[in-house]
Design a protein around this ligand. Structure first.
Ligand SMILES: [Zn+2]
Length: 64
């Protein structure tokens, strides 16, 4: 029992399993690269990515 191509649903061929053709394999790859496959972020270490800019030093903007 062969699984159908996950991209278009056609019967997969052994040459390009699990896809029916290299074209569908490319489509799947592009989905990966473009981020269509949402990877749930579990525990991200970089939690403080919204760090505000440091305030200007007092007196630094004075030109006179
Ligand atoms: Zn296909």
């Amino acid at each position: 029992m062969q699984k159908p191509c996950p991209i278009c649903g056609k019967p997969a061929v052994s040459a390009s399993r699990p896809f029916c053709s290299e074209r569908c394999r490319d489509i799947d790859l592009n989905r990966w690269l473009s981020g269509s496959y949402a990877i749930p972020a579990a525990d991200t270490e970089a939690d403080d990515d919204e760090e505000p800019l440091p305030p200007p030093a007092p007196g630094a903007s004075r030109s006179s």
